[in-house]
Design a protein around this ligand. Structure first.
Ligand code: NI
Length: 396
């Protein structure tokens, strides 16, 4: 282990309060995806205030990238944090709760940004001993498709990057734990839109109509067969209809019903097979009842697939830095993440840092109006990032 890492515990301790302060500032001032003007300015200004040899750029209007060249030979590591908030009205009552009505950091991205700022500050002070280069990627718009990651990749932020890592603070995981997994980790989230078109009319004379509500209800029911009856049960997939809108009042049969939903999967072929199976059902059911339809299937982010070799290295390094009992193997989740865009350019690992604390009532799920993170998770993330830099960039 490097000499620099021996006193890392006290170094992390020295920035802990500052990291918590940044997180609270960001939490109080959330901004929606693609609108992160103040947030990205705050990141830029904070990085500038560190002085030293950070090369700071703005690859897109609301993102920030900083490069730090170490004093030793080594690889180039991308370290990513996202920064956007969600259209949710916060129901927490702490003093740094959201000041922007209807906008809330309900996924922990405030914490991700604060952790990466803390990591940059500490690494700057360790520059002569750092192997290779660290590229700090402060990404906008993770929450809204097509996502900021793809834009940043297109802007060239991954050029020369050899490996990439990212952390999500994770509310299902108890604070003090770190969750990691090689291979498929987060699903591809696709979106679909269906319109069932019937023939509207008087509710008392259904024989004169094609009842779009009754037909659409059958479509929803029959779509449940796609995953449960048509796909291999050990090849995970989810199909949920999440929006169903039609009709205006009690005595009118509406002419159409609009639906929307999500499909989650890992195996690339499923993203072709599922829409075909869905359309067979939608066509069959609407045909049977004399209705017609429109169907649109939109591919979302790619699945997050963690590179086996880099995951193994990172796991080893985290076990060394923390302990065997801290680092857990987690099952995949059906949530989506645009971190996958970086993984198209370099082998990468996305992993979770536990943020749950039952004793402090920090138990609400991501995207809940009372979501928050246990702030003692923040220095854990900083420490994990710094160990990862030394381990993954060393040419062994
Ligand atoms: Ni998130």
């Amino acid at each position: 282990m490097s000499v620099m890492l021996e006193d890392l515990e006290s170094r992390v301790e020295s920035v802990k309060e500052e990291v918590i302060g940044w997180r609270r500032y960001l939490h109080e001032n959330p901004e929606l995806s693609f609108q992160e003007e103040k947030t990205s300015q705050f990141i830029y200004d904070t990085l500038k205030s560190f002085g030293g040899n950070l090369e700071i750029t703005r690859p897109t209007p609301t993102s920030v990238v900083a490069k730090l060249k170490g004093g030793k030979p080594g690889r180039v590591l991308g370290v990513r944090a996202d920064m956007d908030a969600l259209p949710i009205t916060e129901e927490n009552s702490f003093e740094f709760k959201s000041k922007n009505d209807g906008v809330m950091h309900a996924c922990g991205h405030d914490g991700h940004t604060a952790m990466l700022l803390g990591t940059a500050k500490l690494l700057l002070a360790m520059q002569p001993d750092i192997p290779g280069e660290v590229r700090f990627i402060f990404q906008h718009a993770e929450e809204l498709f097509p996502g900021g990651a793809e834009e940043m990749v297109n802007a060239g932020v991954m050029e020369g990057v050899e490996q990439v890592i990212g952390i999500h603070l994770w509310s299902p995981l108890t604070v003090g734990k770190i969750g990691i997994r090689a291979g498929a980790f987060m699903a591809a989230p696709d979106t679909f839109y269906i319109t069932v078109k019937g023939k509207g009319g008087h509710a008392a004379q259904p024989q004169e109509t094609v009842d779009s509500i009754a037909v659409a209800a059958q479509v929803v029911t029959n779509l449940q067969h796609v995953v449960s009856r048509n796909l291999d049960p050990v090849d995970p997939a989810v199909l949920s209809v999440t929006k169903f809108v039609g009709g205006t009042t009690h005595n009118v049969i509406p002419g159409s019903v609009e639906m929307m939903g999500t499909v989650r999967s890992f195996r690339p072929e499923l993203r072709t097979e599922v829409p075909a199976l869905m359309e067979r059902v939608i066509k069959g059911v609407t045909d049977a009842h004399g209705a017609t339809y429109t169907f649109k299937y939109e591919r979302g982010y790619r699945p997050v697939i963690n590179d086996e070799a880099v995951t193994e290295k990172l796991r080893e390094c985290l076990v060394e830095a923390f302990s065997e009992s801290v680092v857990q193997e987690l099952p995949p989740t059906m949530g989506g993440e645009d971190f996958s865009a970086y993984q198209q350019k370099a082998p990468g690992v996305f992993f979770y840092v536990g943020a749950r604390n039952e004793e402090k009532d920090i138990v609400y799920p991501h995207h809940h109006p009372r979501f928050t993170v246990d702030e003692t998770a923040l220095p854990i993330g900083v420490k994990a990032f710094i160990h990862a830099v030394f381990k993954l960039n060393s040419e062994e």
